[in-house]
Every structure is written in structure tokens, then in C-alpha cells.
Design a protein around this ligand. Structure first.
Ligand code: MG
Ligand code: MG
Length: 256
């Protein structure tokens, strides 16, 4: 069921989303060579706590998962696309890594979801281009997220950016509704036909999250039950914002 949030709820999401952006930016600054994924997770918990907010991913069990997610933050490195677990077999970030940070924040009971990808130190021009394209696709998806359009228009906009750069989306991974729960209806695919899927209405809150890869789009789920990585070992990038549909331009809830 697709839920419609009230304007009061959207204000709560916007307040939480501002804090969300601050925390993600702070974590991005700290994601340098020599830092462990476990430290990033611990800092995320501390920064959430400072604002009186809660980690929305910690203890959350997505549909089909065998156990709840054990961390506040997802840290996905290089060929990992999403849901890398930072505090089990923690890794040390090193120069040249492509790192995605994905955080869920619960503010006054309302949940936002946002992610970004960065290079640790020097990365290749190809990797920079992957990151640029994925960020651009998020912007294009957000522009298409307007009342009267459909979920498929968002996917179409994202897919067009992938095509423009000659890149593939990670297959089978998509955005989603969010707000009361981490994952709500509808699916927000990263490809699609214009006008297809559920119609967008004011008050819908969506997590739009393009995931592009340098190689083929095939994905593999790791033994930990969470981490998705590329089958061919090529690098991936991921950008995500939580947005609210209005009768005009969407509100980017997880922006500063
Ligand atoms: Mg996310
Ligand atoms: Mg998400």
C-alpha cells in the first residue's frame, strides 16, 4: 500500500533529513585512508545520538532477510553495490577505494534514507565519471518526481543518464517508498517506461537511489545475506535522497 504523508509528517521528515545530510557529510569527510568501516559505523551512531535521532537500519529486517541488519550504516566498497556491513569483518579504507555510505535516520518516528559515494584519495577518471553519472542520475530522477507523473518516469529519467554515460544499472535493485518504515511501496525502479507504474501524488515520500556499475549489471548477494556486489567485480556507485512529492517541485528532504 502506498501511503500519503501529512504536511506535519513531511515537516518532521525535513527536519530529520537536514540532520541526516549533516551526518552523511560529516561521515564522508571522515572516510579517509586508514579509517575502518567499524569506526564509520560507531561515528554514525554517535552523530545520530547527538541530535536525539535513531539509526533506522539497526535491527531492521527487510522482507526476505534471515536476520536483522546489524549496523546503523551501510558501507559498500568498490565492487560492493549496497548494504555492506561495516561492523562484521571490518575493513580499513585505503587510497583508491570507491566507498558508498548509506544511512537510515529515524527522527520523531519518521524515517529518511540517503546515500552517497566518494573516492578515498586518488581514484581513476573512469571511477570519477561513474560517481558523477550516478549523482547526475539522482538529480534527473528527482526532477521527474512530480505529481501526475508515474514511478516509471523516474526510472526512465535515471535510465537515460545511464545510457548517456554508457553505464549499466545494478539489476534488480531499486528505490522505494519510505517514511513510516524503511521500505514501503512503491518500488522505484532505476529503469522504466514513461507513464508506467503507480501514479505519483502529493504527499508520497520516496527514496530515489540510482546504482550504476562500470561493468555488467549482474549482481550477487554475499553470504552475509546483505551485501550485494557486482558479479564481474567491477566498481559500483550509489546516490540516494528521500524526497516528498508535492503539486510543484519535489522537496529534497535529505538535503542540507
Ligand atoms: Mg539507503
Ligand atoms: Mg533506500
Amino acid at each position: 500500500m502506498i501511503t500519503i504523508k501529512t504536511s506535519e509528517e513531511i515537516e518532521i521528515l525535513r527536519a530529520g533529513g537536514r540532520r541526516h545530510a549533516e551526518i552523511l557529510n560529516e561521515l564522508a569527510k571522515r572516510a579517509i585512508a586508514g579509517v575502518s568501516t567499524n569506526e564509520l559505523n560507531t561515528w554514525a551512531i554517535g552523530l545520530l545520538d547527538e541530535g536525539g535521532d535513531y539509526p533506522a537500519f539497526l535491527g531492521y529486517t527487510p522482507d526476505g532477510a534471515k536476520r536483522s541488519y546489524p549496523a546503523a550504516l551501510c558501507v559498500s566498497i568498490n565492487d560492493e553495490i549496497v548494504h555492506g556491513i561495516p561492523n562484521e569483518n571490518p575493513r580499513i579504507l585505503k587510497e583508491g577505494d570507491v566507498v558508498s555510505l548509506d544511512l537510515g535516520l529515524s527522527h520523531k518516528g519518521m524515517i529518511t534514507d540517503s546515500a552517497m559515494t566518494l573516492g578515498v584519495g586518488k581514484i581513476s577518471p573512469e571511477e570519477k565519471r561513474l560517481i558523477k553519472a550516478t549523482r547526475e542520475a539522482l538529480g534527473a530522477g528527482i526532477l521527474a518526481a512530480r505529481a501526475g507523473n508515474s514511478v516509471g518516469d523516474i526510472g526512465f529519467a535515471i535510465e537515460n543518464v545511464a545510457k548517456k554515460y554508457g553505464l549499466k544499472s545494478a539489476e534488480g535493485l531499486s528505490g522505494h517508498g519510505v517514511g513510516y518504515e524503511v521500505h514501503e511501496d512503491p518500488y522505484v525502479p532505476n529503469a522504466g517506461m514513461p507513464g508506467s507504474g503507480p501514479k505519483l501524488k502529493a504527499g508520497m515520500v520516496l527514496a530515489i537511489e540510482p546504482m550504476f556499475v562500470l561493468g555488467k549489471g549482474d549482481i550477487v548477494l554475499s553470504k552475509d545475506g546483505y551485501t550485494y556486489h557486482t558479479k564481474d567485480g567491477q566498481k559500483a556507485a550509489h546516490f540516494e535522497h528521500t524526497i516528498a512529492i508535492t503539486n510543484g517541485a519535489p522537496i529534497i528532504l535529505t538535503a542540507l
